[in-house]
Ligand binder design. Structure first.
Ligand SMILES: [Zn+2]
Ligand SMILES: [Zn+2]
Length: 145
């Protein structure tokens, strides 16, 4: 059964089959501002297992290699793709049909965590982007037959 997610108004939605490649928290300023949230929960899935359902999102190219997808009607951030993460679609954990299903595995950009945000989990905490996390955490081909 696919895993599904949706925006605030419900116009834009997605689904993927299979497992996530990774699931993490990002503390970088870009994610924070993009979501107007103190920390952003992300999950990465192989793009071949992913599809948009409902209305197509709009896309904002925040820098040349980065494409941020959001609902054209209500503005909810819905997805992230970048040339430096080939083969993957990054989705926002809070847009899951049931966000309680999110199972975060690690933190990235820990060096930018806001000082007033208390996170008491024992997950690995990496400085720098996902690109600085161990390779095996972000190999979208690892489960592909
Ligand atoms: Zn919407
Ligand atoms: Zn980030």
């Amino acid at each position: 059964m696919p895993t599904r997610g949706r925006c605030l108004c419900g116009q834009t939605s997605w689904e993927y089959s299979g497992d996530v490649t990774w699931a993490c928290f990002c503390h970088c300023d870009d994610c924070r501002r993009n979501c107007a949230a103190p920390v952003v929960g992300w999950l990465g899935v192989p793009i071949q297992n992913f599809r948009w359902t409902g209305a197509a999102p709009r896309t904002f190219q925040s820098s040349p290699p980065v494409r941020r997808h959001f609902c054209d009607h209500c503005g909810t951030p819905m997805g992230f793709e970048a040339d430096h993460y080939p083969g993957g679609m990054h989705l926002y954990a809070a847009t899951l049909e049931d966000p309680a299903d999110f199972e975060p595995q690690f933190h990235v950009n820990w060096q930018d965590k806001l000082p007033w945000l208390a996170m008491t989990d024992d997950l690995p905490k990496y400085d720098g982007t996902l690109l600085h996390a161990p390779d095996e955490l972000r190999d979208y081909d690892k489960d592909v037959l």
